[in-house]
Structure formats: C-alpha cells, structure tokens
Unconditional design. Sequence first.
Length: 142
Amino acid sequence: MIDWRESEGTTATSTNAHADVADAPLGSCDHVRATLIRARPAICAARARTQTSRTVLARAEALVGASAELVQASLALHAELRASITACVRRLHADGLPAERVLVRVKAAVREAMPSELEPSEARDLMEDAVRWTIEAYYRAA
C-alpha cells in the first residue's frame, strides 16, 4: 500500500489528514485524503442502509409469497363453494322444488354459515355469487 504522505515528500499531521477539501489543491494526495474522510460516513451509512434494505426486501418477498398462497387457497375454496352450491341446487331441482324455493334455501344456508369476520361488502359479494350460481345451476339442470 502506498503512503501518500511519503510519496509527496511530506509528513501530514492529523490536522492535515482532516483538512477540508477546499484547503487542499485538487489533484493532491491531501485532497484525495480529505475527500475520502468526508466520504467515509456516507459509505458507512450506505452500507448500513443496503443491509436494512435487503432485510426489508426479504420480508416483503416473504409476505408476497404468503399472500399469493392465500389467494390461491381462497380461489380454490371459492371454486369448491360454487361446486357445492351447484350440486345442492341440482339435488333440490331433481326433488321437484321450484326455483324460488331453491333460491330461498340456498340463501338461508349461505346466510347461516356466513363467516362473521366478513366485511359487509364481502358478505354481499358472496351472497351475490351464491344467488348467481343457484340460478345458473337451476336452469342448466332443467
């Protein structure tokens, strides 16, 4: 490693090592030293911030993965609910119940089992899906 102070033929004191860039002529080793001394906190802060960013990014990626799994599970359960309602409607239709009675029974079953954790808009959407599936299944079975 080259000692800049020796290559310039000077012996810098600790005061010179911390000299402001403006005090040292551009192109001198003192200027380089002063610039690096001023840059040191930024370099350290950038390293720390990069490490923090990597940690935050890893957590975010884990959350995205978990969310994707929950979405897939939700879609599978939604499809299973539709299949269940469709099978129920076909059975009730085969038993001779009119469309209005089938719809009332399916809506009652859905309302009774509706999770209380659902937001009102979610509950409404779920009931709308159940009604649509009931009507589609009833008239397909006809």
